[in-house]
Design a protein around this ligand. Sequence first.
Ligand code: HEC
Ligand code: HEC
Length: 253
Amino acid sequence: MGRVALAVVGGIAAFAIAAALIGFAAGHYTNATTTVTRTGGSAPAASAGPSNLSPSVQAGAHDFVLFACSQCHGAQGRGGVSPAVPALTSAGKTLTVAQLRTIIDHGLGASANPKQPYMPVWGEVMSNTQVTDLVAYIRAGLPNDPNAQPVHVPYDEAPAVAGAALYQRYGCINCHGPSGLGGIPNPLSHDKVIPPLSGGGFHHDFPTDKAIADVIRSGSVIGKAPIVSMPHWGGILTDAQIADLIAYLKTLK
Ligand code: HEC
Ligand code: HEC
């Protein structure tokens, strides 16, 4: 008897929680337009929103910005950033799901010419779900999601302030961690982790602005996939942006 009563009470509680969640979701979606206004987002006010996109394509659109794919391949993969980086607008038709997965997991072109931008290795840095979502987004033709915007860079403020935004916009944060603290696993590399960009070891190995700028510009290929290497940013980042990034790194621990 007692058990039955408990089960009934439990059932009612679960029902109440579910009802509350539905209520929250309903309010949440009805308020969507207000939310955009409140955060002062740069999304076009009249936009219909990305609701016509599947959840996986929406997530892929955001991953494309968070992992800075858009900083090398252009917004929505339309190219125009560097002659060395192809547009991705036809990749969804010419490449199969399996080929796209392999390219994102293992990179492309690094060994062919380490002096030019190459497609970085992402397998250790991303989850399978993130790769699946990116593939879905590319296969869907890289549609516009007005909420998937790269971080704004305040170039009119101090170099270190612009550099902090660039650190996110160009996805350095995904590999080197917040505040350059490091710790992101790179199991087959010598150090087992992607190096931090702070602390005594970093300052010892990279004592001058020039030493830091050189490695950002050229990248550093430390092995074949699945080892993650430092991407080559020359021709992608300008000298002024690299100087801003260094100013930011010098404010860290
Ligand atoms: C540092 C610049 C850079 C970044 C960041 C970058 N890529 Fe690439 N990507 C390249 C370059 C360069 C190539 C061409 C490599 C080659 O063909 O040798 C490429 C090639 C590709 C290709 C193959 C295109 C084709 O038609 O063969 C795909 C797909 C791709 N990238 C997806 C992505 C995705 C998804 C991301 C984000 C997770 C990303 N890239 C981030 C530089 C970059
Ligand atoms: C895909 C992951 C990845 C991304 C994205 C990335 N890095 Fe790196 N970075 C690495 C790896 C791996 C190394 C270690 C290379 C080595 O040991 O030679 C490295 C090394 C460095 C170093 C030299 C530190 C050292 O101890 O070797 C600097 C400075 C650096 N990265 C800055 C940046 C900046 C700035 C950005 C963003 C514009 C960035 N990185 C984006 C993976 C990445």
